[in-house]
Design a protein around this ligand. Sequence first.
Ligand SMILES: NC(=O)c1ccc[n+]([C@@H]2O[C@H](COP(=O)([O-])OP(=O)(O)OC[C@H]3O[C@@H](n4cnc5c(N)ncnc54)[C@H](O)[C@@H]3O)[C@@H](O)[C@H]2O)c1
Ligand SMILES: O=c1ccn([C@@H]2O[C@H](COP(=O)(O)OP(=O)(O)O[C@H]3O[C@H](CO)[C@@H](O)[C@H](O)[C@H]3O)[C@@H](O)[C@H]2O)c(=O)[nH]1
Length: 436
Amino acid sequence: MRLSVIGSGYVGTTIAACFADLGHDVVNIDIDEDTVETINDGVAPIHEDGLAELVSAHAGPDGTGRLRATTDYDELLDTDVTFLCLPTPQNDDGSIDLSIMKAGAEAFGETLATKDGQHTLVVKSTVVPGSTEDVITPVVEAASGKTAGEEFGVGMNPEFLREGSAVHDFLDPDKVVLGADDERALADMHEVFDPLIAESDAPVVETDTRTAEMVKYANNGFLAAKVSLINDIGNICKEFGVDAYEVADAIGLDDRIGEQFLRSGLGWGGSCFPKDTNAIRHAAREADYTPAMLDAAVEVNDRQPERLLNLLDDHLDVAGERVAVLGLAFKPGTDDVRNTRAVPVVEGLVERGADIVAYDPVAIENAREVLPEIKYADSAGTALEGVSAALIVTDWDEFAALGAEFETMQRRLVVDGRHVDLPIDEYDLEYEGLTW
Ligand SMILES: NC(=O)c1ccc[n+]([C@@H]2O[C@H](COP(=O)([O-])OP(=O)(O)OC[C@H]3O[C@@H](n4cnc5c(N)ncnc54)[C@H](O)[C@@H]3O)[C@@H](O)[C@H]2O)c1
Ligand SMILES: O=c1ccn([C@@H]2O[C@H](COP(=O)(O)OP(=O)(O)O[C@H]3O[C@H](CO)[C@@H](O)[C@H](O)[C@H]3O)[C@@H](O)[C@H]2O)c(=O)[nH]1
C-alpha cells in the first residue's frame, strides 16, 4: 500500500521505517529540511535501537526505495493513506495545544482538494477525546472542500511505543487500536496493519475515533498512576523500614496487579506521561469532572525529587559541598531529557548551595540546554572523584558496574533514587534508597 506519514519525529520516523519494512511504499513529510535530507541519505534522524538499520535498508542510495522523505505535501497525492504524527504539546495551563495538528491538517486538506480518488487520514498523535471529530476533521473539510466519510475517510490509531524500544514496540505491540467512524477508513487501516497483525499476532481493537483517543489517555494515565501508587506505597515502606522492592516483587505475583511498572523511586518523566496526564486532567475539568486519582498521581510524582533531597539532608548539609548527580535522561536507553527528574533534583541542590557535577552516558548534550549552570563529567568515575555525596537519578546499567570508583569519593554517601544494584558492603557505602 502507498502511505504518507506527516511528521518525522520519534513516532513518524519509526512507523514510516517499520511500514516500509512490512512491504508498504512510504513517504515521510516533514517541515525540517535536515530531517528530510538525513532520511534520504539512508540515515535515522533520531536515536532508537534498530531504526538506523531499517532506514538504511529502505531509504538512501542503497535502500529498497520503499522509504523516502520530502518537505512537499503534494507527494501525499500519490498515496492512499496518510498518518498524522505531529506533536501535541501542552499549553501553560496543562491543556492540549492542537495548533501544530491544525496546521498539519490544513496543509493536508489543501493538498487533498486537488485529489480525485479516495484517501484516508489517520490521526496517530495523542489527542484528547473529540479532537479528531470536532477539530481536525472540520479543518480538513474546510481546507479541502470535501466531506469526511464520503470523499475521504478519517481514522484514529493511537500509538503505544516507548522511547528506547520504539521499533520493537511498534512491530510487536500488545494491541492495535483502530478507531474509525466510517467503514472505508476502517478497511484502509486494516489493509495497512494486516501485515503487522499477521506477523505479531497482536489483538485488534476496533472502535470509534473518540474511544480510540481515550484508550491512549487511559493507558498512559493508568501506567503513570501505577508508578505513583507504588511510589506512595514505597514512601510508606521507607517510613517503616520495609524494602518496597521486596513488597513489589510479592504483589507483582498477583496477576491482577502484574509485575511491570512497579519500580518505585524518583517517579516518571519524559515527553508523554507528564503532558498526557495534564491534558486529560484539564479536559476532564473542562467537562466539570475532578479527576482525583490522576491529580493524586501527579502530586505524588512531584514530591519524589524533594524526598530524595530530604534523605540527603538527613546525612549531609550540602551547602558548599561537591555532589555528583548520576543520570540525566528521563529513563535509561534514551538521550531524552524532557521532564526528566534530574531537573528538580539539580534545582534542589542548587537551592541548597551544592557544587554539582553531573554525568550521563548519552544525555549530557541535551542536559546542557536545560541545566546550563552545573559542571559535567565525562564518566561516572570522574564525577565521583572528591565528592561528598552521589545521587542516582537514572537507572543506567553502567552505574551497577561501578566499584573502585567509589574509593575516590571524599565521603562514600550514596542516595539512590532508582534502586541500582550497588556493591554497598564491598565498598563500605553509606547508602540510602528512596523507598527501600
Ligand atoms: N515520543 C513517543 O514516545 C510517543 C509515543 C506515542 C505517542 N506519541 C505522540 O505522538 C505525537 C508525535 O510525537 P513525537 O514524539 O513523534 O514528536 P516529535 O517532536 O519527535 O516529532 C514531530 C515532528 O513533526 C515535525 N513537524 C512539525 N510541524 C510540522 C508540519 N506542519 N508538517 C510536517 N511536519 C511537522 C517536526 O519537524 C518533527 O520532526 C505526539 O502526539 C505524542 O504525544 C509519542
Ligand atoms: O516501574 C517504573 C516504570 C517507569 N518509570 C518511569 O516512568 C517514565 C516513563 O517510562 P516509560 O513508560 O518506559 O517511557 P516512555 O517512552 O515515556 O513511554 C510511555 O509514554 C509513551 C508516549 O505516550 C507511550 O507510548 C508508552 O506506552 C508509555 O510507556 C520514566 O521516567 C521511567 O523512569 C518508573 O519510575 N517506574
